[in-house]
Design a protein around this ligand. Structure first.
Ligand SMILES: [Zn+2]
Length: 583
């Protein structure tokens, strides 16, 4: 009893005499840890990184030289001499030898199984002409079974040096493609994922003719004779369902391909922007068997009816220590800018009278929002046009007014947030809405965005990172893979330079600083999924998710950023990817 009393007195005295409190606590804790280590009381680390630069993103200790991890968590961080004490006979010690470690990159918006799916299709990214794409399909037809579906993805009409021979509305016409593949249906997805191109056989099999009406939220592109040209904007792509449903790659196989890709790119946590209830079921089984090597945070994307019947169960299955979390619902307010599908406040500069599409009725999204409230989930609404962004912010505001909830506590998101009217910019911070933006989209879209919007509107509203950050909003970065390569370094480079190549800059005044860009891939990305207590910084107690890079991305010159390689990817204290170290 007297002992207990004197202990209490001792602690009280320490806290009172040595303010500020936070630093005192840390001093006491580190003194305690050092005592344990010196006594041999602390168990040795599983993994020690030493001799490098560790950018922790933790304000208490932004930079360190060495780090120790045990049981999947960081146990100590500091100078090489300090950390040496944690090395035991079983510890794996990695000499960083000048490399730079950062908190594991968090992809803020990608399509996990979509990455695997894209790897199983013809890769049409960055082709120089439509004719080159037709030739690729011709070659695939040679190796295909009769009648087998041929799929490709990644074409973009703005990539081509010259327009195709026959063009309607800037898009190719199917005849050349139909000629090389008369018997095999061909379906080629646009780079944005928001337009589909089909050959004659695919249209026949889907029963599409000149008489087929445009569905709501989509358009069948037609020639002067009224016949479909082969291009299907937005929701019209769904008319090809009878053919596209023949494509059923194994979800587990796609997830394995995606995992490998994520680890190679230094991504340790992946925010999946929409998986069906069925796909989530397969991912959950993989996680239960310990087959997911990266942490997955998933937004469920399905009909409201299916969401309503499944969400309760999915949320209950979220467990601590698992690598799969169902954390949100995904819906799409509009389409993409490249396909004139983004929903704008005023008409497109290069398509007068057209303001894009609202692809999911607002009332459907509102119903999903109520489901999100009920199940304590986040909501991520895809919004690219300024009208789509405004409608989404209005909807969020209505829900908070109706439920009396402080929206800032729910951290709902807008996915892409690409075009924002200046009046709407401050609403993100005010409503606590997280802007989930993809740095690399700005530089790959930059060359043609001014055509769509006109120079003035593009400058004022497109990819306004600086305006959002200055207004107090949080940005989570990403790539929208497989729309873009799942490469955090490329998106980081775009975020800090807005360099479209050949020295051409896209609204450079909207650039992020190096620090902000790294935060958007680590600390703020963790915050965007309520995981900031465990992920996004390197400090004792945090998960040992670490990406080791060839260079210090905060200090290398701009022109060296794109040369940065991922050397190690460490998830939960385990090295899951290791590149050759040719130094
Ligand atoms: Zn997406």
């Amino acid at each position: 009893m007297p002992l207990a009393r004197s202990m209490t007195g001792l602690y009280k005295m320490r806290f009172i005499t040595a303010l500020p409190m936070k630093r005192t606590t840390i001093l006491l804790l580190s003194a305690f840890a050092a005592t344990l280590a010196a006594d041999g009381g602390a168990e040795p680390a599983d993994l020690v990184l030493t001799g490098g630069t560790i950018l922790t993103m933790d304000d208490d200790r932004p930079e360190a030289e060495a780090l120790a991890a045990r049981g999947g968590r960081v146990t100590a961080i500091g100078g090489a001499r300090e950390i040496r004490k944690h090395i035991g006979p079983g510890t794996r010690v990695i000499d960083l030898d000048g490399l730079t470690a950062v908190p594991g990159f968090i992809e803020g918006h990608g399509h996990f199984t979509g990455i695997g799916n894209a790897k199983l299709q013809l890769n049409l990214l960055n082709r120089r002409s439509w004719e080159e794409i037709v030739a690729l399909v011709a070659k695939a037809v040679e190796g295909a079974e009769p009648g087998e579906l041929i799929r490709g993805r990644g074409w973009h009409q703005d990539d081509w040096d010259e327009p195709p021979e026959f063009v309607v509305g800037g898009l190719p016409v199917h005849h050349g493609l139909s000629a090389v593949s008369p018997d095999n249906p061909v379906v080629l997805t646009h780079a944005s994922g928001h337009m589909t191109f089909a050959n004659q056989r695919a249209m026949e099999m889907s029963g599409i003719t000149a008489e087929t009406p445009d569905p709501r939220g989509g358009e069948i592109v037609r020639g002067p004779d009224g016949n479909p040209t082969g291009a299907f904007r937005q929701r019209a792509g769904g008319l090809l369902g009878p053919v596209t449903r023949l494509w059923r790659p194994d979800i587990g196989e796609m997830a394995k391909l995606a995992s490998r890709e994520a680890l190679a790119k230094g991504v340790t946590t992946f925010q999946d922007a929409g998986s069906s209830i069925a796909a989530i079921g397969v991912l959950r089984e993989m996680d239960n068997r310990g087959e997911l090597p990266v942490r997955l945070w998933v937004m469920a994307r399905d009909s409201n009816a299916r969401l309503a019947e499944s969400l309760g169960g999915l949320v209950r299955e979220n467990r601590d220590g698992s690598f799969l979390t169902v954390g949100g619902i995904k819906k799409a307010m509009d389409g993409a800018m490249g396909t004139h599908g983004a929903w704008l406040l005023e008409p497109y500069a290069d398509r007068p009278g057209h303001t894009g599409f609202n692809t999911t009725p607002v009332e459907d999204i509102e119903e999903a929002a109520r489901l999100a409230v009920r199940h304590h989930l986040q909501l991520g609404v895809h919004a690219i046009g300024d009208r789509a962004n405004r409608e989404t912010l209005d909807l969020y505001e209505r829900i908070w007014a109706e439920t009396g909830i402080d929206g800032r506590e729910r951290r709902w998101r807008i996915e892409h947030a690409q075009t924002i009217h200046p009046d709407d910019v401050p609403r993100f911070a005010r409503l606590g809405v997280i802007a989930s933006m993809q740095g690399v989209h700005a530089t790959s879209d930059g060359p043609w965005v001014p055509n769509r919007l006109g120079a003035e509107r593009a400058r004022e509203r497109a990819y306004v990172w600086r305006a959002l950050l200055d207004s107090g909003a949080i940005i989570v970065n990403g790539t929208d893979a497989p729309v873009e390569d799942l490469d955090p370094v490329a998106s980081f480079h775009a975020s800090v330079t807005r360099d479209m190549g050949a020295g051409r800059l896209f609204s450079p005044e909207q650039r992020m600083t190096r620090e902000e860009a790294l935060r958007s891939y680590t600390r703020d990305a963790a915050r965007a999924i309520f995981r900031e207590e465990e992920l996004g910084t390197l400090a004792p107690g945090k998960f040992a998710d670490i990406t080791v890079l060839s260079h210090n991305l905060l200090t290398v010159p701009d022109e060296v950023i794109s040369e940065i390689n991922v050397v190690y990817t460490i998830v939960n204290g385990k090295v899951r990817h290791e590149a050759e170290r040719g130094r």
